[in-house]
Design a protein around this ligand. Structure first.
Ligand SMILES: [Zn+2]
Length: 113
């Protein structure tokens, strides 16, 4: 075979190989990016759900402001005591029983996310 023909064939082979490598590389980068976006979105949704569970009651209403303190009903110290608008301070357990376990409705707030 003529050396110039061999050179031309080799060039075509090299260009094809380079193109294939570039396409595979782009595909790998796209898959990694999509995976990262998916993981980030899941993480964000989980964090939003956790924040919602802390701030909102299962029936969708906002919890009253809370701080560390004593419960007026069971007279024990807690890391979290709700300050009711009436001036009473209740621990989460006493608050749940006082509110009738949030009227025993299904947890709507957790399902909306
Ligand atoms: Zn209590």
């Amino acid at each position: 075979m003529d050396p110039s023909t061999m050179f031309g064939l080799n060039m075509y082979f090299l260009i094809g190989l380079l193109l294939a490598v570039a396409i595979v590389l782009a595909l790998i980068i796209a898959i990694c990016t999509a995976l990262k976006i998916w993981l980030w979105r899941n993480k964000r949704l989980r964090a939003e759900r956790e924040v919602r569970q802390v701030r909102y009651r299962p029936d969708g209403q906002l919890y009253p402001p809370a701080s560390r303190g004593l419960c007026d009903r069971c007279s024990q110290a807690y890391d979290k005591v709700y300050h009711l608008p009436s001036g009473k301070r209740l621990c989460p357990d006493c608050y749940a029983s006082a509110e009738g376990a949030y009227d025993a409705g299904p947890p709507k707030a957790a399902q909306t996310l």
